[in-house]
Write a protein that binds this ligand. Structure first.
Ligand code: ADP
Ligand code: CDP
Length: 206
């Protein structure tokens, strides 16, 4: 079984996926962390994130390992846990440029398709491009203000700055972020986290 949960930035994908996966007793996989790890390593090596080839060869020298823990995924590069650094604002600001390269998307997709089902996969194009065969697909939305208020609890910046950055990232991600035609779209704005998880579990169990 594969369940896909896609959606816009800070719509609740990873928290919801973690809850759904725990209820089902299966792992969840956070595809955005691979794009974030590629961005972090590119920034640390002072590479131009607008150029795919040097970034890709750099990544090929530093193989990454995605650890799909139920309470939150981690990304390792050898013995180094990159996870604590993946949600800094510099990574937020650079990641869409990295995700726009078809070569980088192929690099991420290859790692995801190697994972043995069952799992819940979350990101932007899990239900459309990476796992079109998934048995249950969901797409989360919420207004930019609500998403910014939720994220403000996790970031040092103020709500207005976070909202502006989210809207800009949504626009840059639009190409790969359309809901699959067979995905159920859920507005998480008026719902609690538990209600969103329950709604999805109802859909999965039919
Ligand atoms: N109704 C809700 N649905 C989903 N997430 C919610 C909800 N209410 C609050 N949140 C919180 O929103 C924050 C952002 O969620 P997150 O899972 O990081 O989103 P994403 O993975 O889409 O960026 C988390 O702190 C989460 O607990
Ligand atoms: N399947 C995916 C997942 C993420 N991404 C890219 O990776 C970035 C970070 O994704 P994320 O899911 O960690 O970000 P949030 O939605 O949690 O803020 C997105 O803004 C996209 O640019 C993508 O292009 N395709």
């Amino acid at each position: 079984m594969i369940v896909t949960i896609d959606g816009v930035a800070a719509s609740g994908k990873s928290s919801v996926s973690s809850g759904v996966a725990r209820a089902l007793g299966i792992p969840y996989v956070s595809s955005g962390l691979l794009y974030r790890a590629a961005t972090l390593l590119g920034l640390e090596a002072r590479l131009d994130l607008g150029e795919a080839a040097p970034l890709l060869s750099h990544l090929q020298m530093l193989p990454l390992r995605l650890e799909p823990l139920p309470e939150g995924n981690r990304i390792w590069q050898g013995e180094r846990d990159l996870t604590p650094q993946l949600h800094q604002s510099a990574v937020d600001a650079g990641v869409s440029a990295v995700a726009a390269h078809p070569e980088l998307r192929a690099w991420v997709d290859e790692q995801l398709r190697r994972l043995p089902p069952p799992f819940v996969a979350e990101g932007r194009d899990m239900g459309t491009n990476v796992f079109p065969q998934a048995g249950a697909k969901f797409y989360l939305t919420a207004s930019p203000r609500i998403r910014a208020e939720r994220r403000a609890a996790e970031r040092p910046e103020d709500v207005d700055a976070i909202e502006a950055a989210l809207v800009e990232r949504d626009a840059r991600d639009r190409v790969q972020s359309a809901p699959a035609p067979d995905a159920r779209v859920i507005d998480t704005g008026p719902l609690s986290l538990e209600e969103v998880i329950a709604e999805i579990l109802k859909g999965v169990k039919g």
